[in-house]
Design a protein around this ligand. Structure first.
Ligand code: SAH
Length: 226
């Protein structure tokens, strides 16, 4: 069960077609190795078509990344599911930081399974649209900020979990410094043509255990604000 399910108004006016398409997507995610039932349930109950342009609505429940303007993309549902599952595996983090709000979809998925989500986006227009979606979906546990996410969100640190949804050569130091000593971080790392999804877990002594989870393809982590 979702900890914070979306209200019925989030689904107002949508036909059964969308729900059936989401049910099919949930089955596909399971077939493709997603194990955490909470994550499957949340994706089944999140209207992804709200996060993309009307012209793409018919493709909202395909397991693909889609353009959201400004050269950015909403991540592939499997990737959102895998990253969320990887963050939850050792227990539910209380405070989660996301770098790269984009459409807001990943933040909304997280906000249904953890108490508090903080999300940072460098492109103001994307953030404005994402905030409108958070409001329309009735979510009150997401805080967002227009800033360079390479700096993290110092005033709210430490975070029990951090997720980056854009890929850099390495995890920015400021971001890693804001992870709690036993926290979990999930991020794509590498060059545009060769990226790996990694997970880092603090051992409580100031060191991290790092694992490689999957080959992925994300937009680049850029510096400064747009
Ligand atoms: N999580 C998003 C994925 C968006 S794509 C979703 O669910 O839709 C990645 C996003 O990261 C883009 O919107 C891009 O503008 C943003 N981004 C890239 N570099 C950034 C940085 N340094 N700080 C904040 N956001 C950044």
């Amino acid at each position: 069960m979702n900890v914070h399910p979306l209200p019925p108004s989030a689904f107002k006016g949508e036909g059964m077609t969308s729900q059936r398409a989401r049910d099919r997507l949930a089955v596909k995610l399971k077939e493709e190795g997603i194990r955490d039932q909470r994550v499957i349930d949340v994706i089944r109950n999140t209207p992804r078509h709200h996060f993309i342009d009307q012209a793409l609505h018919s493709r909202a429940y395909e397991n693909t990344a889609l353009p959201i303007g400004h050269g950015q993309t909403i991540s592939q549902p499997w990737v959102v599911a895998r990253m969320t599952e990887a963050l939850l595996e050792f227990g539910t983090p209380q405070k989660v930081l996301e770098i790269g709000t984009g459409s807001g979809y990943q933040a909304v998925v997280l906000a249904q399974v953890v108490p508090q989500v903080f999300t940072v986006e460098r492109i103001e227009e994307l953030l404005r649209q994402a905030r409108r979606r958070f409001r329309q979906l009735g979510l009150t546990n997401i805080r967002s900020r227009h800033d360079d996410g390479k700096l993290g969100w110092a005033d709210e640190a430490p975070f029990d979990a951090i997720i980056l949804t854009a890929a850099g050569d390495a995890i920015p130091h400021a971001v890693l410094d804001q992870l709690s000593p036993t926290g979990v971080l999930v991020a794509p790392v590498g060059s545009p043509s060769n990226q790996t999804l990694i997970r880092m877990r603090g051992d409580g002594q100031g060191d991290f255990v790092q694992e490689e989870l999957a080959a992925v393809s994300f937009v680049p982590l850029l510096g400064g604000i747009g």
